[in-house]
Design a protein around this ligand. Structure first.
Ligand code: PHE
Ligand code: NA
Length: 460
């Protein structure tokens, strides 16, 4: 067993931690996924259920990850191993850390490609390619980008390299400085766009859609989709929050910061809805458009609105920043692990991690580019998967995230010595009991239900 020195870097201020964690959480999940699944699952009623899931499941697991990270003071795998040893538990519990790091890395392999799309759209918009374009032209633009592997490789490579540079620069010079600049800019752009969109678009219909719940449409699946998204949107079970917890000063209150980050992430998702839906309704688009909502339909709105070139460009810059701060967060834990394990410089660790990342991202690039070798024909857990992207996305979101979350809840709730967690959480006895009840019982039961549903073993 190699022994590594504990991580000594700490967030400079509580605010810089909050920005970094919010930056990790806020991403493509808030800006395209949340609006579209909300659109498919009954709008306001979905929001209500989703909020309950964030409170009962998301926040407790968020807290668990920060507790494990801060107590462990290593990258997630080693942190989990140390806690297992200290708690005199079976060493297999360390898998909690390793599996979640792996999940984060696999998510990252397609995340950087989609971030590359956002970047490509910044240029498309700025060049005026949306001006006066009709539906067919926009669809062609989107397909042309997705199927051009040269274009996608260039943008993906750029994103990966930028990520390597930020992470290689070291924790304080790179990550902290970047999020401190990027997050406020992103939030400002988003709020500005929401005002603009409300003024230009159909605000009344959007508000009605988002805030007047109609529970008659709610099914068991709605509940399960909301639960799964609560998980994805907070970047849980992907090594991210455990890693960020390792940089937390002992004095920071994990309880209150977790609550604030969950609120911030939720607000961004709601504001994103207020940017997108007034436009969707005003321009006669459909709410349940899926990934295409942003890339295929919003340009249509930008095409005909006043100041469309400017607004469109700003929108995709914002999306790019949101995706980029999430990408950085996923590389951070892997690069830190490589430094600990191989005792090499941070630059070498970041560059080699990103070289592997880039190679694996080609699976997604060529899936969209329809390369014959990237096409598959697999049937897995009740779902038809056509290419490598489908397989990676499906396995991470629907299998590894729920399993990792279950492992974290069980590890923090049952395996790690209660007194360790109690000392880290450092709150009232009653608040601690509530948290413990949620990770011991509520989260495992809920996640098991989601998992069974998604694997098709349960039909509700
Ligand atoms: N939370 C991110 C989003 O909403 C996605 C993500 C998942 C990021 C897991 C990191 C790890 O877009
Ligand atoms: Na999110």
């Amino acid at each position: 067993m190699t022994s590594h020195t504990a991580i000594s870097s700490r967030w400079s201020t509580r605010l810089s931690f909050m920005l970094a964690a919010t930056g990790a959480a806020v991403g493509l999940g808030n800006i395209w996924k949340f609006p579209y699944i909300m659109g498919e699952n009954g709008g306001a009623a979905f929001i209500v259920i989703y909020l309950l899931c964030i409170v009962a499941l998301g926040i407790p697991i968020f807290i668990a990850e920060l507790l494990i990270g801060r107590r462990g003071r290593h990258s997630p795998g080693y942190a989990a191993r140390q806690l297992a040893v200290e708690s005199k538990r079976h060493p297999a519990w360390q898998l909690t850390g390793w599996v979640t790091m792996f999940t984060g890395f696999m998510i990252l392999t397609f995340y950087v490609v989609i971030a590359g799309w956002a970047m490509s759209y910044v240029f498309k918009s700025a060049q005026g390619m949306f001006i006066d374009a009709n539906q067919a032209a926009i669809t062609q633009l989107y397909r042309g980008m997705a199927s051009s592997w040269t274009e996608m490789i260039i943008f993906t490579a750029f994103i990966v390299l930028a990520t390597a540079i930020v992470v290689g620069n070291g924790f304080k010079q790179g990550l902290e400085r970047t999020v401190r600049f990027a997050m406020p800019v992103m939030l400002l752009l988003l709020v500005g766009l929401a005002f603009y969109s409300s003024a230009v678009g159909d605000f009344a219909q959007a508000a009605d859609f988002m805030f007047r719940p109609d529970f008659s449409e709610v099914t068991a699946t709605t509940v399960l989709v909301a639960l799964g998204h609560a998980f994805f949107t907070l970047s849980l079970a992907s090594g991210v929050m455990m890693m960020y917890g390792a940089y937390l000063p002992a004095s920071t209150s994990i309880l209150s910061t977790s609550v604030w980050i969950a609120i911030a992430d939720t607000l961004v998702a709601l504001i994103a809805g207020l940017v997108i839906f007034p436009l969707v309704f005003a321009y006669g688009l459909t709410p349940a458009e899926g990934p295409g909502l942003i890339f295929q339909t919003l340009p249509l709105a930008f095409a005909s609105m006043p100041l469309g070139v400017f607004i469109g460009t700003v929108f995709f810059i914002m999306l790019l920043l949101a995706a980029f701060t999430s990408a950085i967060s996923m590389v951070e834990s892997i690069a830190t692990f490589v430094v600990e394990r191989f005792d090499i410089s941070r630059w070498a660790a970041a560059l080699s991690t990103c070289a592997v990342l880039f190679s694996l991202s080609l699976l997604t690039v060529f899936s969209f580019a329809q390369a014959p070798w990237a096409q598959l024909d697999v049937y897995l857990f009740g779902k038809q998967l056509d290419n490598w992207f489908d397989v990676i996305e499906h396995i991470t979101s629907n299998v590894l995230l729920p399993l990792g979350g279950l492992a974290i809840a069980l590890f923090a709730g049952w395996a790690v010595k209660t007194q360790f967690m109690q000392a880290e959480l450092n709150t009232s006895a009653r608040a601690f009991k509530v948290w413990q009840f949620l990770v011991r019982f509520v989260a495992p039961v809920a996640i098991t239900l989601v998992f069974l549903q998604l694997t098709g073993m349960l039909r509700l």
